[in-house]
Each structure stands twice: as structure tokens, then as C-alpha cells.
Ligand binder design. Structure first.
Ligand code: IMP
Ligand code: MG
Length: 176
């Protein structure tokens, strides 16, 4: 991977402070909802790894952390086909699963994962996404139980999200 062609300019969109604040609010709501339930957070790699780490630490009920990996993006475009790259390592049967996503754009990934996870008979499946892009299909929007921020239809990076593998480490979210 090379840094020789950095994309234009990075415009900040959501600051590290605003991210921290919102993640702790989400953690509080999620903790209330899952009191006394057997909870598994299911992070979608790679994009959700930083959000997942912060969200997990803001949740005040016991929970396990699992990861699954899918891919669909090539550069800034969804390829339309979602592929399962690697699978979770524990059974979710009878458990309450909270899917943790970085961003929902077309909703393809979400629909794929929902079908995949429901096939494993969890007690429940809910979805938490840090970001969702406006003007999204209303049918997809109804699938989301917790949303961090609504953003314009722009390509964003940082706080786990990448462009061609780069910029995941940025503590804030910006647009290219
Ligand atoms: P969808 O299937 O179109 O909803 O795309 C979902 C996945 O594509 C997300 O989980 C991200 O990993 C990636 N993605 C979508 N939009 C962006 C973006 O603006 N920046 C970085 N990754 C994105
Ligand atoms: Mg993702």
C-alpha cells in the first residue's frame, strides 16, 4: 500500500469530541434496552473496529464481542455484490445479537448480513450504525434501531472507515 497519491483535501465532518459524546449516549440507550439479556455485539470488519471498541466500552451490561467480515466496496463505489470474507467464531443461537456497523449506504451489506445472521437463530437481532447516508431507501432506514449520525451523501473516512485501506486511524470523520 502506498501513500504516494493522497486524495485531495480532507474536510472535517464530525469531530472526535462529538463522536465520543454520541457513542456514550448510544451506549447508555443500548445498556437500558439489553438489561438482563444475553448480548453479543457483532462488529462488521473492517470499518466498525474503532466504533465497536468505543461502543463496547460504553455499554454497561455484560456482553460478548464477535466479528464478521464482508466486502462489497471498490474504491468509492459499492460493487453491488456482498461477499462473506470471514465468519464469526461462536454460536449466536438463542442470543441477543446487536449488529454494529460503521455506515449504511445502499443497505446491500445490511440486508445480506441480516439474512445471514437470522439463519443462525438468534433470540433477537437489532442494528446499530454509527452513520447513515441521507436519502437512503426508507425501507432500509426502518431496519436501523440505533443511529449515531445522519450525514449527507458523501464519501467519508476516519474513525475506522477507509479509502483504499487508508485513513482508518483518523480520530475524527472527514470527507475526501
Ligand atoms: P452498503 O452496502 O452500500 O450499505 O455499504 C456498506 C459498507 O460500505 C459500509 O459498511 C462501509 O464499510 C462501506 N462504505 C459505505 N459508504 C462508505 C463511505 O462513505 N466511506 C467508507 N466506507 C463506506
Ligand atoms: Mg462496514
Amino acid at each position: 500500500m502506498s501513500l504516494e497519491k493522497p486524495p485531495a483535501i480532507l474536510q472535517p465532518l464530525i469531530s472526535a469530541e462529538d463522536l465520543a459524546l454520541r457513542v456514550s449516549e448510544l451506549g447508555k440507550e443500548i445498556s437500558e434496552y439489553y438489561q438482563d439479556k444475553d448480548l453479543i455485539l457483532m462488529g462488521v470488519l473492517k470499518g466498525s473496529f474503532i466504533f465497536m471498541a468505543d461502543l463496547s466500552r460504553s455499554i454497561r451490561v455484560n456482553h460478548a464481542c464477535e466479528f464478521i467480515r464482508v466486502s462489497s466496496y471498490h474504491k468509492k463505489q459499492s460493487s453491488g455484490t456482498v461477499t462473506l470474507d470471514f465468519e464469526m467464531t461462536q454460536s449466536i443461537e438463542g442470543k441477543h445479537v446487536l449488529l454494529v456497523e460503521d455506515i449504511v449506504d445502499t443497505g446491500q451489506t445490511l440486508l445480506f448480513l441480516k439474512k445471514h445472521l437470522m439463519g443462525k437463530n438468534p433470540a433477537s437481532l437489532r442494528i446499530c450504525t454509527l452513520l447513515y447516508k441521507q436519502e437512503m431507501n426508507p425501507h432500509i432506514q426502518r431496519e436501523l434501531h440505533w443511529v449515531g449520525f445522519e450525514i449527507p451523501k458523501l464519501f467519508v473516512v476516519g474513525y475506522g472507515m477507509d479509502y483504499e485501506g487508508l485513513y482508518r486511524h483518523l480520530p475524527f470523520i472527514g470527507t475526501l
